[in-house]
Design a protein around this ligand. Sequence first.
Ligand code: ADP
Ligand code: ZN
Length: 720
Amino acid sequence: MERLEQAQAVLKKYFGYHEFRPGQEDIITSLLQGRDTLALMPTGAGKSICFQVPALLLPGVTLVVSPLISLMKDQVDGLNNQGIPATYINSALSAAEVRHRLYEISAGKHKLVYIAPERLETDSFQSVLRRLDIGLIAIDEAHCVSQWGHDFRPSFRNIKPFIDQLPVRPVIGAFTATATAEVKSDIMTLLSLRHPDVYVTGFDRPNLSFAVLRGENKQKFILNYLQTHSRQAGIIYASTRKEVDSLYELLHKRGIAVGRYHAGLSDEERAVQQERFLYDDIRVMVATNAFGMGIDKSNVRYVLHYNMPKNMEAYYQEAGRSGRDGEPGECILLFGAQDVLLQKFLIDKSVENPERKLHELRKLQQMVDYCHTPECLRQYILRYFSEETAGGECGNCGNCDHDGEMIDMTVDAQKIFSCIYRMRERFGVAVIADVLKGSKNKKVQQLRLDELPTYGLFSQYTVQDIKTMIQRLVATQYLTLTEGEYPVVKLTPLAYAVLKSEAAVWQKQSRQKQVEVADDLFEVLRQLRKRIADREKVPPYVVFADSTLRELSQQKPQDRDGLRQIKGIGELKLQRYGTEFLEAIRSHLNQSELAEQAASEPAGQKTKGKKPAKKNAETASHLLTLALYQQGLELEQVAAERGLTVATVQNHLTRCSSEGHAVDWDRLIPPLYENLIVAVIQKIGCQALRPIKDALPEEVGYEVIKAVIGKHFSQPQSAG
Ligand code: ADP
Ligand code: ZN
């Protein structure tokens, strides 16, 4: 297939990618063969390439109709930065600038032109476009044409009449991440696609992990999470402006580089916040769902949902904003029973048509089910988007993750249920928690709830912890909440079974995984990227994606050919940034070599008195090494994971041990030799390693000797 080969060459040259992702190839081939095409791809699957590559191969210009005005500049900057002639026209430009660009376009200067659909109404604009040789019209976010979608935009209804009046009909490609049947058929008819090829690329995003946490103390969880993910960018979605504001305040007070985004802020403020996030000036964005469509930032590493969204489409789209670069992304939904009530309330308030209301409520229920299903979350998602699945477990979601420890909560649950029972199922979570805690507040005393035998049963817990326990039992359907402004807690038949000791309550302890692994070179490259981005006034990911930096820091290429092998480095970027990145890698390698030489010098020869200057920077590093080692990784594996040599890894462990951290040295010491080595060291001391090694059988390596010293001869120093 000649066409396909050309497409692959373009992919390599301009985008620096070596192969198409699943689906991209078919869509591109279809467009190149002149067939209208509808592509349904989840966020992050790589839609843009599907029209950008054909744009470079087809004659004439490609019009990209996009509702995302705020993004056009970044997208076009990104393309220009890859050596692709592109421009955009939207309401943000002055009339003079628009004229200038139209002139450039008619002169054939651009291969891609991004336009807002509103433009298609203006006659003057239409007359210019009619004279152009348009090879392809790509309609991004095509679901905006449908009232059934979640972002109906009336201006999308201009597209069809516009196409109909063109002298020559170009190929039409429509792209969306929303795949419901209603939306699909609307797109086909309302955008006048002609017998389109329809491609649904896998909705699976294998690099994303999914988890639902129920009954968690949300604020505590988030603070903790941000602490363990301090170098990564992420989004936290909350349902209401109020919640966004208060969470924002909380994080801001803790000194976290956080921004916020919701419809209550001025346009200007929102633009500033969004830009700071895109440019990596802030690393966490707390936002309502107003923040979203078209956040083109590819290095979002996690999306946390502080509240449950209204349906699975919304959830998957929002969560899908993580890991667009194909690197791991973590999607955690913090479920609280109140979220359901809030969403019901919102539907009730905002949807009038009874049929529509029912439709929305059904979707909400499916969202709630997602939060409670014990099966693989990925399977659930894929089935929801009516995708055939192989079944089984993905191994990368909260429900497939069997590491979380199950604990028996039966006794505590019985205490809670019996308290609720004795309170005649007439109170809300707060009062029940007060009674269990043994609170002396007025309400409890007035109602003489302090005379109940369950009063004060949980005096050892905090009120918040007790509330959390109750909410967890609601989420797992032992308890239910009544609807209304003041929800009352009721026992379900399940709870009665537990009270009668006919059933037990087991709950999985949530745990936090994915500890951030410090990678010094990655950090160096990230800072270089930020400097370049600031210099060129583009967002950092326009320079290089995270995945590209990650590959650079792992492969450590030393010349241009090495750089060419890295995903995301096309010819133009190689020319532009190659030298700087090569230099950064080289100087990092030199430095770490020096550091390692110093570290692996036998102890006795170390310069006395002088402390190594790098000490502070290394503090976290040696503890990270220990953490990996304690997870059961071999020394070599830890070294590979951390990009260090085995010798450095072992020096880290020695240091941990001398600082009083427990290190399991036995894993490194063959029992057969242990006593012998101890005896040798007792005789000749451990000032220098070489004499010890010489006094031992040849097969005893330095690692073993160092381990024995760590185990038997290192004195924990008092912390200082
Ligand atoms: P979306 O489908 O959400 O519009 P994008 O087009 O923004 O997704 O692509 C998401 C990310 O995946 C971008 O960083 C893009 O450069 C990258 N990408 C797309 N196609 C490929 C490919 N064939 N190989 C590697 N990365 C790719
Ligand atoms: Zn799973």
